[in-house]
Design a protein around this ligand. Structure first.
Ligand code: A8S
Length: 166
């Protein structure tokens, strides 16, 4: 069941993967940070600014991001397709920007760790077009690296927040 959201159909010119991160904090606390579509810079360290150009942070909202310097891009336009507070599922599509991630769509889900102990499992999968001047390995490595950084920094932030609540 858990992998259901993360098994998208891939066309021949696309690639995708899933990154998993275990966070030592309760699910509601993790979700409270992840669900803030208008504040990705709360934990995504490559994001400099974010403003909504459409919507109020709910389904179909659109955000305009600027990225910190040193990366091969400066901005990205992203749409919130699904924000499900019951199932803890968030789906975001990248619809514009000056970067190489064309037709990028990501799905983030949260689950309580089955072993108990109150940990949260975050899974983030994506699908993206493979640029004609690149290959599957490089495209996935690039996206996996950014997502990995994002989820590690999410864990650090939320685990610190959880510690303060003890
Ligand atoms: C996310 C995932 C990714 C974001 C990438 C892969 C990006 O924000 C960065 C560099 C780029 O070249 C593309 O969930 C883009 O944020 C850091 C600007 C989209």
């Amino acid at each position: 069941m858990k992998t259901l959201h993360h098994s998208p159909h891939l066309s021949s010119n696309q690639c995708g993967s899933v990154v998993t991160q275990i966070i030592q904090a309760p699910l509601p606390l993790v979700w409270s940070v992840v669900r803030q579509f208008d504040e990705p810079q709360a934990y995504k360290q490559f994001i400099k600014t974010c403003s909504l150009s459409s919507g109020d942070g709910g389904d179909r909202s659109v955000r305009e991001l600027t990225v910190v310097s040193g990366l091969p891009a400066e901005r990205s336009t992203e749409r919130l397709d699904i924000l499900d507070d019951e199932s803890h599922v968030m789906v975001v599509s990248i619809i514009g920007g000056d970067h190489k991630l064309v037709n990028y769509r990501s799905t983030t889900t949260l689950h309580e760790e089955e072993e108990g102990g109150g940990d949260t499992v975050v899974m983030e999968s994506y699908v993206v077009d493979i640029p004609s001047d690149s290959c599957e390995e490089d495209t996935c490595l690039f996206a996996d690296t950014i997502i990995g950084c994002n989820l590690k920094s999410l864990a650090k932030l939320v685990e610190k927040m959880a510690g303060h609540h003890l």
